[in-house]
Design a protein around this ligand. Structure first.
Ligand SMILES: Nc1ncnc2c1ncn2[C@@H]1O[C@H](COP(=O)(O)OP(=O)(O)OP(=O)(O)O)[C@@H](O)[C@H]1O
Ligand SMILES: [Mg+2]
Length: 218
């Protein structure tokens, strides 16, 4: 079943140059999607629109048949999608555990359950209690990326968006992170959308989209 749909979407930041041109896309649960394209092709812009951070004015984005430009986007962002940003966006002076718990502030979970849930999520992405209690600054890049994945999972959204999740990682760590993201789709039935330049990611996703100068290529 389609959970997210893009219909004839065009977008520009400053009304002169179109960054995205007549895009149609369809995303379902249980699958991993890859969005590829050269630097400047419009990938992060597309992710910002899917995440409800920018609003589509020309064309539509539908979440479960609801037009994103018409629904409560604060609620959408805090409940329906988890985003893993290009720069991990973690708070460096807090611990891994605190970073995950912090993003639960907006979720419905009772305070006493948050600690337990956050610890479970960190374990799921391969971080033990010792690492969970370390400050972000004391973790490696790959470990920080795991924290940002745990954080994106913290409110159990059905959609996970990841912008270059393996950008700065070595081959082995990259493979671990890809496996984690693929399992989220294939085992936990999430809709996983990965923006990437990596051939490793390209070879592993279920469905590939290519952006060339803001247009979808065949
Ligand atoms: N906030 C902004 N305001 C104006 N123009 C922007 C803004 N963000 C991006 N752009 C422009 O939009 C175009 C697409 O940028 P975008 O960040 O979507 O590319 P990308 O495919 O993610 O590239 P990369 O692979 O380098 O991350 C670029 O020409 C960029 O300069
Ligand atoms: Mg980008």
């Amino acid at each position: 079943m389609s959970i997210l749909k893009v219909e004839d979407l065009s977008f520009s930041y400053d009304n002169n140059k179109l960054v995205l041109k007549n895009i149609d896309m369809d995303f379902s649960e249980g699958k991993v999607y890859g969005v590829f394209g050269k630097s400047g092709a419009g990938k992060t812009t597309l992710l910002s629109l899917l995440a409800g951070l920018e609003i589509a004015k020309d064309g539509k984005i539908l979440y479960k048949d609801n037009d994103l430009s018409k629904i409560n986007r604060d609620k959408y962002r805090s409940n329906e999608i988890g985003v893993i940003f290009q720069s991990y966006n973690l708070l460096p002076h807090l611990t891994a555990l605190e970073n995950v718990i912090l993003s639960m502030d907006i979720s419905n979970l009772k305070v006493k359950d948050r600690h337990k849930k956050a610890m479970q999520l960190l374990k799921k992405v391969g971080l033990d209690e010792n690492k969970a209690n370390r400050k972000i600054l004391q973790l490696s890049g790959g470990e920080q990326q795991r924290v940002s994945i745990a954080r994106a999972l913290s409110y159990d959204s059905e959609i996970i968006l990841a912008d270059e999740p393996t950008g700065n990682l070595d081959k082995d760590t990259e493979e671990d992170i890809i496996n984690l993201l693929i399992n989220l789709a294939h085992e936990d039935n999430k809709c996983v959308i990965i923006i990437s330049h990596s051939t490793e990611v390209k070879n592993r996703v279920d469905i590939l989209y290519y952006l060339v100068n803001g247009k979808l290529a065949e």
